[in-house]
Design a protein around this ligand. Structure first.
Ligand SMILES: Cc1cc2nc3c(=O)[nH]c(=O)nc-3n(C[C@H](O)[C@H](O)[C@H](O)COP(=O)(O)OP(=O)(O)OC[C@H]3O[C@@H](n4cnc5c(N)ncnc54)[C@H](O)[C@@H]3O)c2cc1C
Length: 676
């Protein structure tokens, strides 16, 4: 080994786009420290310490680190990176399997680009010559190109650069595992040691679970959770953030033609977004338009820097403390943590969230003015931990069930198996390309799905959520559950089409959480109470009791008057009027006319009419005392759609049946769902 030999580690990044709590960067920083210690004349006896590192990454000590983020061509459309418009893209369009929509839509594409750029700047900012390269293509193609280039490269200062190891971080996604396998094979072909780092993105580390094999993972979340309680004691400590890393190697091979890597953040975002922007309607005849006076609930910029800022804000503002009461909200920035997108891309780790809350609970760090500071775990921080564990669980389910997470009948026992005749297996889903028999017409299903996507079903909560998602890339957990239930149980459409639509639009899309939750709601996943259906009218009454959310995102309905006089110049929300907001077909002809809604398809001909009504019981004053459980109630005043909406607990209604008698609607104001 000559002194100046260039020995390079190629580190392929995917959903580990962060500097802190990153095992690969941590190891590289450690090796650098050891090398420096070894090189220092005063420490010439510490040479043997290098050996432990050698075994840790499976190759000889290295001099350079080449971190490469790959925009995977099967998930993110790559044609925007072509050097010239006349070039032909070597990869098929990155579209979904069933509904043929883009795999990654504009909201997430932007968030990913911002995150990659943030890491690049952080690495360059260390001032030690480190940085981040970006590449486009299938992961294995990129690795091959780099290896090929180095194997034929000429000497630099009398030394031939050599890749001495390839690193990746484990990911439980099925495609990601395929990529990992392909790179492992390529590494073997070139006789280069290959190292897969632990994911480190779990709340409770998967190495600390009380199971010998993934097959032992319970099929019910609660059982799994109980094996791990108390949750606060479980997370490992995050790995330290490197302050120095080995430099990038000289003469890095360029991106292979026909692609070109942008050199500014603006150009990068343009390259990712331009193919999607060719048809900003995404084949919708009437796409949703951004209403005036409404703010996105998810205006966040991608990247570790912003993710860590967000954690600090949540802790120091007290939003973590109040989370339990606010988490079912639908409007505003802080009703829930909005950490999901940062977690999904690996910009932050779940245990970082835990330790920030832990410090707060112990009375250390920021947040001294917030409620609960220094008072131990509170119901808000405990509830956040509970949700983070849900995320872990979905990831483990993906590990356990693999491709079944994407199968029509999900993880439920297969119809052909003996003794497995569950009702879900018999369900005939409507799909886009073939009739399921008995008069079912796929063309009609497409029309229905198009109206669903456009936010024009005629059911207020569903339309508000779908428009919000289309325009901002986010919609709350409460809304997601209702939308998924509506598509799968009211419209009977193949749940995978809904999951693909969410995959396209969600900024926080995460393969396990998305497909796992869709399965769960569709009744083919881990829900121990199979077959429940959300009633979106009752849910709106419980969670949008002033109609603020629906009015925010469906502006055509903003002028519906929701209050009635209760004397002495006072007004209160009238539940009879709310019913017309929740389903506009209930408006009188006169009112439709005066609101300009006569002849509007989704008003006159909703996809479904949900029979649900409320009675007028009890004196108004009594009712107004029955507020939601959360703080801040009553703020905002009537008719505003910017405030938060948390109405719950309304018991003064009666259900008068529905047109789909086989469905069981949930009854209580708190519904046991995937998020408890
Ligand atoms: C049909 C459907 C699809 C979904 N798709 C996704 C998805 O692609 N990506 C995603 O991260 N979440 C998904 N969820 C779960 C949940 O809706 C989001 O995690 C949550 O709304 C994100 O907002 P938040 O960060 O403010 O969540 P918070 O309420 O603040 O929760 C804190 C964190 O806990 C995790 N979490 C919360 N609820 C769940 C859950 N039910 N399953 C798994 N993790 C959870 C998330 O990481 C979240 O950031 C889906 C839920 C449904 C019903």
């Amino acid at each position: 080994m000559t002194k100046d030999q260039l020995r390079i580690i190629l580190y392929i990044l995917r959903r580990d786009v962060r500097l802190s709590d990153n095992p690969a960067f941590h190891c590289a920083a450690q090796q650098l420290k050891r090398t420096k210690t070894f090189q220092s004349p005063s420490n010439s006896r510490t040479r043997s310490r290098d050996d432990s590192l050698t075994s840790e990454h499976g190759s000889a000590p290295f001099t350079h680190l080449l971190p490469v983020y790959v925009f995977p061509a099967n998930q993110i459309e790559s044609s925007g990176f072509l050097s010239s418009p006349s070039d032909k893209c070597p990869y098929p369009e990155a579209r979904s399997e069933v509904a043929k929509v883009w795999r990654t839509g504009p909201h997430r594409a932007k968030f990913i680009g911002e995150g990659v750029w943030d890491l690049k700047q952080q690495l360059e900012g260390l001032g030690c010559g480190s940085g981040l390269e970006m590449r486009v293509g299938m992961v294995d193609d990129v690795v091959r190109d780099v290896l090929q280039s180095y194997s034929t490269s000429s000497e630099i200062d009398g030394s031939k650069p050599q890749i001495t190891g390839i690193w990746m971080t484990h990911d439980d996604g099925t495609e990601e595992k395929d990529d990992e396998k392909a790179v492992r094979n390529t590494a073997a072909e070139y006789d280069i040691p290959f190292k897969v780092w632990e994911d480190e993105k779990f709340y409770v580390d998967d190495r600390d679970l009380p199971y010998n094999h993934i097959s032992e993972l319970p099929n019910v979340y609660t059982t799994y959770r109980k094996t791990l309680e108390p949750l606060r004691d479980r997370p490992r400590h995050p790995l330290p953030t490197p302050v120095e890393l080995p430099p990038l190697p000289p003469n890095i091979p360029p991106q292979k033609a026909p692609f070109k890597i942008p050199t500014t953040q603006d150009d990068l975002l343009r390259s990712i977004l331009s193919p999607l922007e060719k048809d900003p309607t995404y084949k919708l005849a009437i796409p949703p338009n951004m209403p005036t006076d409404v703010q996105s609930a998810h205006p966040f910029t991608g990247g570790e820097t912003h993710g860590l800022d967000r954690i600090e804000h949540l802790v120091s503002s007290g939003a973590m403390t109040t989370y339990k009461q606010t988490r079912n909200g639908m409007l505003g920035l802080d009703f829930s943590t909005k950490l999901s997108a940062f977690l999904a891309q690996g910009h932050i780790t779940a245990r970082r969230v835990h330790w920030a809350m832990f410090e707060f609970e112990e009375g250390r760090g920021p947040g001294e003015k917030a409620e609960g500071y220094g008072k131990g775990e509170n119901e808000g921080t405990a509830a956040v931990r509970f949700e983070l564990l849900w995320r872990d669980y979905m990831r483990l389910c993906l590990r356990k069930f693999g491709y079944k997470m994407f199968a029509l009948y999900g993880i439920q026992p297969h119809a052909k198996g003996k003794g497995h005749q569950s009702p879900q297996v018999k369900k005939r889903w409507r799909t886009l390309n073939k009739s399921n028999g008995a008069g079912d017409d796929p063309a009609k299903t497409l029309e229905t799905f198009t109206r669903f996507r456009s936010g024009r079903t005629g059911v207020g909560l569903i339309d508000a959520s779908n428009r919000e998602l289309f325009l901002t890339g986010y919609t709350s957990n409460r809304a997601r559950q209702n939308v998924a239930s509506f598509l799968t149980s009211h419209l009977d459409i193949d749940w995978r089409i809904g999951a693909e639509w969410y995959e396209f639009l969600l900024t926080d899309y995460d393969v396990a959480s998305n497909w796992g939750n869709w399965q769960y709601v569709a009744g083919v996943g881990n829900d121990p109470r199979q077959g429940r259906v959300f009633n979106p009218v009752k849910q709106a009454l419980d969670y949008d009791a002033k109609g603020e959310y629906i009015k925010a995102w469906v502006p055509e309905l903003r002028d519906i008057k929701l209050t009635r006089s209760i004397g002495q110049g006072r007004e209160e929300v009238d539940k009879q009027r709310l019913m017309m907001l929740y389903q506009a077909w209930k408006l009188s002809d006169w009112e439709k006319n005066s609101l300009g809604l006569t002849g509007v398809e989704w008003v006159e001909h909703p996809l479904t009419r949900i029979q649900f009504s409320v009675g007028r019981k009890g004196p108004p004053d009594n009712r107004s005392k029955r507020g939601g459980p959360s703080g801040g109630g009553g703020g905002g005043g009537g008719g505003h759609w910017r405030g938060s909406s948390r109405g719950r607990g309304s018991r003064d209604f009666r259900r008068v049946g529905n047109e789909e008698p086989t469905q069981q609607y949930d009854q209580g104001p708190t519904i046991v769902t995937s998020s408890g």
